[in-house]
Design a protein around this ligand. Sequence first.
Ligand code: SAJ
Length: 413
Amino acid sequence: MKLPFNKISVIGLGYIGLPTAATLASRGVEVVGVDVNPKAIEAINKGQIHIVEPDLDAVVHQVVNAGKLKAVAKPEQADAFIIAVPTPFKGNHVPDLAFIEAAAKSIAPVLQKGNLVILESTSPVGTTEKLANWLGDLRKDLSFPHQKGAASDIRIAYCPERVLPGHVLKELVENDRVIGGMTPACSEKAKALYKIFVQGQCLETNAATAEMCKLTENAYRDVNIAFANELSLICDRLGINVWDLISLANHHPRVKILQPGPGVGGHCIAVDPWFIVDSAPEQARLIRTSREVNDGKPHHVVDKVKAAVKGLKDPVIACLGLSFKADIDDLRESPAVDIVAHLAKDKVGNLLVVEPHVDSLPASLLGLQLVETEEALRRAQVVLLLVNHRSFYDIDRKSLEGKKVIDTRGVWR
Ligand code: SAJ
């Protein structure tokens, strides 16, 4: 089968870029990955990976050995460019587009007539238009969709990723994809690219709707988690078991409440809703409040621990779980880490930390003890469960007897 693109360049080889590059390469396309991190380049060119994602190492190993994927520091000519760089926010929750701008500057010199440029990074509405403008300013010899519409030399589209960390390789292929071309011709070309590996539907729309769609998906989840977290605060006040309550309410055929927790972590759900708030601050009231409710939850947990240790002499506290969600080893942007760090800073007892998925503690928890579950439970008077790892469900309830238990995930409800 002849592929519609012979050579594709992926800018940014992180949690999205590397799996995308490897998947494209596994379909026979020549893929050049570009990254600013020399360690990432070195690892990938050896057929290894620098991030944690199940099964990705085997695919990268195979495509690098087959000569289909290589990593470089500076972009070279290609038929299509996929930009998958981070979009963090600055102080005051304002989105920072510096990485996208740097990516645009790096590909501008190698762009050729007929090229397709796709932005995948989570972005505020209007970013694809900005990207087109940055490229247009640097390459006056080429025409872009915002200048020439369907007749443009370069096609540009916004196509967000929506894969769940831990299931990336499967979801990249199976999930439906939103394709937001700056013109219908741009969408058509981008769709041809995704059809190389996507089995789900490729749904065409415009760039602004596609940008908003990505933000909406994560804001929807954040608002729904905030509802559950707010319920947990109300139930604490009223002396009701929130887990039983939600389970009962969810028997209603049209009610599906999510689960409360110690707060919302990860790199997406706690960030993306702010991009909507920044774009429409007066209208995005519910979205902003949900962020505040979810960001407030770790403080509520810290207060509960402080109340639990009152009156105890030299209290020992077992903190179970550090990752931002269950059964992964990713500790970044984790409310569990923040809670333990806060307890340590305020010197709330002797903290024993349990995290079965890591061998060492992150920098913010240096000085604390990382121990096995059994030891922590044996020594502690207070047990604080922060992550619903599968192994914690197996804990013998007898080992909790006589201890004060704060279960933020409903594992022992
Ligand atoms: N959480 C709860 N209660 C719940 C569900 C989740 O407290 O009922 C917490 C988790 O513990 C975690 C946080 O929310 O701290 C986020 O976890 P998650 O599993 O909801 O989502 P992520 O961040 O791993 O991935 C999300 C996904 N988006 C949606 O489900 C709408 C994923 O599909 C996106 O691709 C990803 O963000 C992204 O890259 O944007």
